[in-house]
Write a protein that binds this ligand. Structure first.
Ligand code: IPM
Ligand code: MG
Length: 388
């Protein structure tokens, strides 16, 4: 078979898979109402590197806040083992089948960082576990808040989480030794649901502006579609102003002190969201401080936005890792399942412990406190807040 026919066959298969995905998306569009559940199962997945240490610290605070409902069986914690790079490498799978089956038994998941192999690593180049989980559980909205009150920054990023450059990111085609092609995928429903989520969030939280970030001047078909749908949906939200930026100038505007305070809710395709949210988190103290919600209609997963820091483990420093990002993620999990006052207490305590009071400091080494000591400090602070 000649190389073009071979590539065409691979491409046809990709298209078929994507069309099937659209049908599944349509069939599963109805969101879960957590208030109607008798029991909510929270999956705990430590991941790799510093993951288990920081996930455990975040979980201890969750357990503290939920102790009554845990005792009553309204909330159940489910430990999920096996999402480690060793196991994934041995099985050559982004998510081993038994782990995926366990994940699907949970309503929401708190997940530690997982190592993502790349070309040239000692690990087989399997797909990222995060990316696979977002796709398998159809977690289409990656919501990443960044707040720096003293600088007037209050941004909420809505990153599309299942499509764009990520949809078939590990299924590009080497046509021959000279020509390689990757694909970016955009669907109508995929755009609609993330853009609606951004506007609904803006409406519910009295935000007055939603900003779309694309590169529609160059990536004309798929980003163009995203932008068309953005303009269309915006018509249903007359009280909300809209603006449109290209990703390159947007990265510049985030450091423009006059302009950046005007952004509130931002919505964008997957890869731009990946890049922009790391930049944005830097203003807040780095990716170690940011949590992220990955939500879909049926499942939701909450994680840190940073990696697994294998170097810290190699140097025996994992117990000193900063659990703030996982704790922020855990607070978002609480808000997502309707425990809004507990979520607010958790967040407020994190602001006090990490920003204003800072009785204990995390330095990433033995000059600072451990994750567990920090968790105890957060719990103590929650008790103080609750008694006031
Ligand atoms: C993130 C991460 C992941 C992504 C990596 C680990 C695959 O950078 O959650 O932002 O690119 O989405
Ligand atoms: Mg990223």
């Amino acid at each position: 078979m000649d190389k073009i026919t071979q590539a065409q066959e691979k491409f046809a298969k990709l298209l078929q898979e994507q069309l099937t995905r659209v049908e599944t998306m349509k069939a599963n569009a109805e969101p879960v109402d957590y208030t109607k559940l008798d029991q909510i199962v929270i999956g705990l997945c430590g991941g790799d590197g510093i993951g288990p240490a920081i996930t455990n610290a975040a979980k201890d605070v969750l357990a503290f806040l939920l102790k009554d409902d845990l005792a009553a069986g309204k909330i159940v914690f489910k430990d999920i083992e096996g999402l480690t790079i060793e196991n994934r490498a041995a099985l050559q799978k982004a998510i081993p089948d038994d782990v995926l089956a366990e994940l699907k038994k949970c309503h929401v998941i708190l997940k530690g960082p997982t190592t993502t192999p790349q070309q040239g690593d000692p690990w087989p180049n399997v797909e990222s576990a995060n990316v696979a989980m977002r796709k398998e559980l159809d977690l289409f909205a990656n919501v990443r808040p960044v707040r720096v009150p003293e600088k007037g920054l209050d941004w909420t990023f809505f990153r599309e989480n299942t499509e764009g450059a990520y949809a078939v990111g590990s299924k590009g085609i080497h046509v021959d030794e000279d020509l390689a092609v990757d694909f970016t995928v955009t669907t109508t429903l995929g755009c609609q649901r993330i853009i609606r989520a951004a506007f609904e969030y803006a409406k519910a939280n009295s935000k007055t502006r939603v900003t779309a970030v694309t590169k529609a001047n160059v990536i004309k078909t798929t980003d163009g579609k995203f932008l068309d749908i953005f303009r269309e949906i915006a018509k249903n939200y007359p009280g909300i102003e809209i603006d449109e930026w290209y990703i390159d100038i947007m990265t510049a505007k985030l450091i423009d002190e006059k302009r950046r305070t005007q952004f509130q809710v931002l919505v964008m395709p997957n890869l731009y969201g990946d890049i922009l949210t790391d930049e944005a988190a830097e203003f807040q103290g780095g990716v170690g401080t940011a949590g992220s919600a990955n939500t879909g209609a049926k499942y939701a997963m909450f994680e840190a936005i940073h990696g697994s820091a294998p170097r810290m483990v190699a140097e025996g420093r994992h117990i000193y890792a900063d659990p703030a990002s996982m704790m922020r993620a855990a607070a978002m999990l609480l808000a997502h399942i309707g425990y809004t006052s507990e979520a607010a207490l958790y967040t407020q305590a994190l602001d006090i412990c990490g920003n204003t009071e800072r009785k204990l400091k995390i330095t990433g080494r033995d000059t600072g406190c451990t994750c567990d000591e920090f968790a105890a400090y957060v719990m103590e602070t929650i008790t103080r807040l609750a008694n006031n």
